[in-house]
Design a protein around this ligand. Structure first.
Ligand SMILES: *Cc1c(COP(=O)(O)O)cnc(C)c1O
Length: 396
């Protein structure tokens, strides 16, 4: 600034003093670039940018260096060319579907799935004239049987929520290729540590980064990974739809990701130990965990996954109220929705996710009154097992 700084007013000094001196420091960690917009040095630089001769920041909705770092880290973890972060998992999913589907087209989803995804597809997308078929989970034949001439997209979680069905990715890709249909996997429950669907030829993979990727129950974010061209298209649409991740959340995500592999190894160990313990317990009617031989998806899961995660669903030999009493008797897990964080969480889906639904309707989609969803954290395995054992005593 040419003028003597002290001759400037208090407001001008408050805004500008020191600000132009910042330099890249020698910090180990990526800074939080808390900015909503980016400076152009001259009209010529702006013109160079507009004509594609230089790459730089333009405006916060079109990118942020902290966010970009998190995107690149996740892309590498999931063997992808590129990744794009969104404000939440649902924001990633809804923006992705709005970007690739058009009125008059048809998509296929599975019955066992995140309830909000299901609501978006069968509620909102139908309102825009997009036809939706809902098929049973983990069953490529059921998917193929639902294919119509205007089918453009197959979307499934793998594993699904809450029953943890796993789709045979190789078969799914074969069917999709034959019918020229795009495939999207919500891989949240596996996370890139346990499977990389892109390696099987899946087009796009979505994660709720709120869960295992961030891993500390302290932020919401979503991510989509895939080929650079498709992620570019999503970036274009993000500039319009606006569901960006805040740089502070991106920083927390980056921090959480550094311990991702260590955390996942413990989540896998805890999930597997809990599932085996529960399956052997007389008060437990059924356990859903793809690592167990009794799970219908076990063979497929073993063939394409490296581990099976921390989420275990099970039905007790109990009423709705007794199931609540069991959950209340647990001392280590918090009672809260979500999964994938360092703290174990537990919930009764009939109450947390389906309370408004009539019991008959709930039962029809398999959500029984005694269903428990236990998301094992990274606590010591023995402590979690001892706690579950003591809590099961309330069932007599
Ligand atoms: C949590 C979750 C979502 C939604 O993600 P948010 O980050 O909560 O918006 C979508 N799919 C699955 C499988 C999830 O577990």
């Amino acid at each position: 600034m040419a003028r003597d700084r002290l001759s400037l007013g208090a407001s001008t000094r408050a805004v500008h003093s020191g600000e132009r001196q910042h330099r890249l420091s020698d910090a180990v960690t990526v800074p939080v670039y808390q900015t909503s917009t980016y400076v152009f040095e001259s009209t010529q630089q702006l013109i160079d940018f507009k004509e594609g001769r230089i790459e730089k920041g333009e405006y916060g909705r079109y990118g942020n260096p902290t966010v970009r770092q998190a995107e690149q880290k996740i892309a590498e973890l999931d063997h992808a060319q590129d990744a794009i972060l969104w404000a939440s998992g649902m924001c990633a999913m809804t923006s992705l579907l709005l970007t690739i589907l058009q009125t008059g087209q048809h998509m296929i989803i599975t019955s066992d799935s995140y309830r909000r995804t299901q609501q978006f597809c069968s509620g909102m997308l139908r309102r825009f004239g997009i036809d939706v078929s809902i098929v049973p989970p983990g069953d490529p034949d059921a998917i193929e049987a639902a294919v119509c001439p205007n089918t453009r997209l197959i979307l499934t979680e793998s594993p699904t929520n809450p029953f943890l069905y796993v789709i045979d990715l190789e078969k799914l890709v074969e069917i999709a290729k034959r019918h020229r249909i795009r495939t999207v996997i919500d891989s949240t429950l596996a996370a890139p540590y346990n499977q990389n669907p892109l390696d099987f030829g899946i087009d796009l993979v979505m994660h709720s980064a709120t869960k295992y990727l961030a891993g500390h129950n302290d932020l919401l974010a979503g991510v989509v990974v895939g080929k650079a061209g498709m992620i570019d298209a999503l970036r274009e649409s993000q500039g319009i739809l606006g569901g960006i991740t805040d740089p502070n959340s991106a920083y927390l995500l980056l921090r959480g990701l550094k311990s991702f592999a260590l955390r996942m190894a413990r989540h896998n160990a805890n999930g597997a130990a809990l599932a085996s313990f529960l399956e052997a317990h007389p008060k437990v009617r059924r356990v859903y965990y793809p690592g167990l031989k009794s799970h219908p998806s076990h063979a497929v899961a073993r063939a394409q996954m490296r581990g099976f995660g921390g989420l275990v669903s099970f039905e007790l030999d109990a009423t709705m109220a007794q199931t609540g009493a069991f959950i209340d008797a647990l001392e280590l897990p918090y009672m809260a929705p979500s999964l994938g964080g360092v703290e174990s969480l537990v919930e009764q889906p009939a109450i947390v996710s389906y309370y408004e639904m009539a019991p008959e309707e709930r039962h029809q989609i398999g959500i029984s009154d005694s269903l428990v969803r236990y998301a094992a954290g990274i606590e010591d395995t023995d402590d979690l097992l001892t706690d579950v054992e003591q809590a099961l005593k309330v069932l007599g």
